[in-house]
Design a protein around this ligand. Sequence first.
Ligand SMILES: *Cc1c(COP(=O)(O)O)cnc(C)c1O
Length: 450
Amino acid sequence: MDTLRALPSVHQLLEEEPATALIAAHGRPLVRFAVQRVLEDERRQATVDTSQARWARVEATIQGLRRPRLRPVVNATGVILHTNLGRAPLAAAAADATARIAGRYSTLEFDPQTGRRGRRHDLVADALRYLTGAPSAAVVNNCAAAVLLMLTALARSKEVIVARGELVEIGGGFRMPEVMRLSGARMVEVGTTNRTRAEDYAAAITSRTAAIMKVHASNFQVVGFTEAVELKPLAAIAAQHHLVLLHDLGSGALLDTTTVGLAAEPGIQESLLSGVDLVAASADKLLGGPQAGLLLGRADLVERVMKHPLARAVRVDKLTIAALAATLDLYLTQSFGEVPIWGMLRASAESIRSRAEAWQRRLADLGVAAEVAAADSTVGGGSLPGERLPTMALAITPQKGSATELLRRLREHDPPVIGRIVDERVLLDPRTVLPGEDDAVVDAVTGGLA
Ligand SMILES: *Cc1c(COP(=O)(O)O)cnc(C)c1O
């Protein structure tokens, strides 16, 4: 313990010469904090560092605190909407729009024409109405919030009928029965896991029923002996009994996914045309925008929902509105190619192959062997489960070390390159690698195998 007497005080250390430069670069409070922490470590471990080692640790502590944890990665997984990697990358126009608004005051809730207060969700309502045909539109934080809000505002203390086969868990603990409970609505389950008929819904209606809810089974498939009720007959039942038909659509594509060779993902327009009264959809799934939840449908319902106090708790930020408006503008002008995820969905196997081959050639020039192999990309993000997009990926079999090891080294690259392992090979799928990220892939692989 006597050795610890040799430990200098925080005060003494801050007077030492290396402190001066660190304080100039990082400010005194942060340097003091790092010094305290390093001294505590020494005390706990009953060691006394050399002055040089101690200052190196102080500097490393400061760097650790200041290093941005939210940083770009290269998504070479082939999963287009990768929730853990931030779902849809924004279009350049949307990123620019966000940057233009971020550091300034804006017309977020102010109408410069009248000088009066405006409503933030009205800023994108016209575009959403035009694009979807919805009579009215609003925006909240995400689709989960939109669902919770519509149930709370329209069905609290009342009954909502939902098919057993649609009591889904979206992920991150978002389970339909729990959301219902949270909203104060009483869930009335009908049908069985695999089959629900129109009569099941009709038989469950009571004087306490407020709504019928349809939930899109977005992240799983039920195959075999199945039956579900389409939106149109459900809308007829709802109308006949003066109930509202709510639809948790999830992804909510504005474009037809069959045009890129995928199964049909139910669209927003289609849902509204089928007679749904209020639809909730995500803005950062197949729409390709920022995280947000869209509420689209009957004007009186949108009004009621957005007047509920909970709406204030789930309102969107100005940056979201800026990005969403710019993304919707690309749909208004049919500039779909500029929405990155639609570029990825549409990329031909040929164009992907030539990119993988270009990586392969560059690596060969650097003495690194890799193959180009057929694989599958997926949509991800709770959209089109089971659907695969044929792709051509760079496949690397490490000569020394395991594929897991290489995968880890690719992750440790700056920027991290995220791949996947299939059959003991590391696959890097060009489909989800953005233009301009090719150098990072080649660097990461050469570094990872060195
Ligand atoms: C993804 C999804 C949600 C949640 O959407 P977020 O925008 O992530 O909150 C809700 N419902 C369904 C059916 C979904 O697919």
